[in-house]
Design a protein around this ligand. Structure first.
Ligand code: NAD
Length: 334
């Protein structure tokens, strides 16, 4: 297995980079990393990996990415946090090209196993109106009322995996990630998600001396956040499992955004005056991961406490922030 060629798409992004780091750590020697961004813009880049800069919207590039691979982890997507997906619905939906062409290429190249990264954004919006969300069960994706744009595309691509399995016998596995956070991810520029955005804002306030923070929405909306190491572990467990249906991969430690800010303030040793931007994109009122199914199948669930993961994330973003202020590029090459 360790000799088999593993292809990871979206490798220049947050989760793809972390997954490759984990495969290398486990002794995998044949890894192909693919991203549309040039390698010098990847969060993590490894010189002993085959690094390809390809636009996977194009079928011929997907053929190149899949050629000779035994396993594909398809993580490439044009995405970001709520600020990005609410105002870029067409771009999010165009990721259907990546997912269609990667599946076709994997089938044609006889790839042994295919993993697809879906999202909690597939869940029915009506089941996320209450901040006291008891946890979304896998069946709550239907009847379908997914997050407009991004969520519908994920739901469609999930189903395409299902039908490639049913009709062509392809081995596909699908996980619905719930908010993933950690070092080596987007923390600025408009695509960042809440944990990174809150860290950056707190750092800005601390170093800039203006002790204020603007929070999107009322701050009472709830979410759960999964640390990146739990995500990469879960991806591998799900890929190796006999779980045929899309399954939640997320933490069940639900917090309000205000509680997330409390945690980061505590880590930073500062208290900020909060203002609430009620017009900003804020997503659903309440979202949590019901982990009944993953515990049943894998006897495991993502478990790193939010506080621990946020300490590591804060420290990494702090270093990036300070390096940027000094005009230094943050290092990601290994
Ligand atoms: P990311 O944005 O950091 O990484 C995605 C990568 O895909 C980027 O580096 C981007 O350049 C690349 N990409 C985009 N279009 C491409 C194209 N046409 N060809 C090749 N590469 C292309 O995102 P991430 O957080 O690492 O997410 C990875 C996957 O997990 C995505 O499919 C995302 O939808 C899914 N997901 C992530 C989260 C999360 O909280 N991070 C939650 C749910 C689902």
């Amino acid at each position: 297995m360790k000799q088999e060629l593993i292809a990871v798409t979206g490798a220049g992004g947050f989760i793809g980079g972390a997954l490759i780091a984990e495969f290398r750590r486990q002794g995998c020697t044949r890894i192909r990393a693919i991203d549309i961004k040039p390698p010098d813009e990847w969060y993590l880049r490894f010189d002993d990996v085959e690094n390809l800069s390809l636009d996977l919207n194009l079928k011929e590039n997907c053929d190149r990415a899949a050629a000779g691979a035994g396993q594909i982890y398809n993580l490439a997507a044009n995405m970001g946090g709520m600020g990005f997906i609410e105002s870029n619905k067409a771009l999010c939906m165009l990721s259907v090209l990546i997912n269609t062409h990667m599946l076709q290429a994997a089938k044609q190249q006889g790839v042994r196993r295919f993993f697809y990264a879906s999202s909690a954004c597939v869940y029915n919006g009506d089941k996320q109106r209450d901040p006291n969300n008891p946890g979304l069960k896998e069946e709550d994706a239907y009847p379908a009322l997914a997050e407009d744009g991004y969520g519908w595309e994920k739901l469609f691509s999930e189903r395409m995996c299902r039908h490639f399995t049913e009709d062509y016998g392809m081995y596909t596995r699908v996980a619905r990630f719930h908010n993933v956070y950690g070092p080596n991810g987007t923390w600025d520029g408009g695509r960042e998600k809440a944990p990174a955005a809150v860290c950056r804002k707190v750092i800005e306030a601390k170093l800039g001396g203006k002790h204020e923070i603007s929070i999107w929405g009322t701050g009472n909306q709830t979410r759960s956040f999964m640390y990146i190491d739990d995500c990469t572990k879960g991806v591998q467990l799900i890929m190796d499992s006999d779980i045929l249906e899309p399954i939640n991969l997320g933490s069940s430690e639900m917090v309000t955004i205000n509680q997330l800010v409390d945690i980061v303030e505590d880590i930073a040793g500062i208290q900020l005056k909060r203002t609430y931007d009620l017009g900003a994109p804020k997503g659903v009122a309440g979202r949590n991961s019901d982990n009944t199914l993953i515990k049943k199948y894998l006897n495991w669930e993502p478990g790193l406490p939010l506080r621990t993961g946020m300490e590591r994330t804060y420290a990494w973003i702090y270093d990036q922030y300070v390096a940027r202020e000094k005009g230094l590029a943050a290092a990601g090459v290994h």
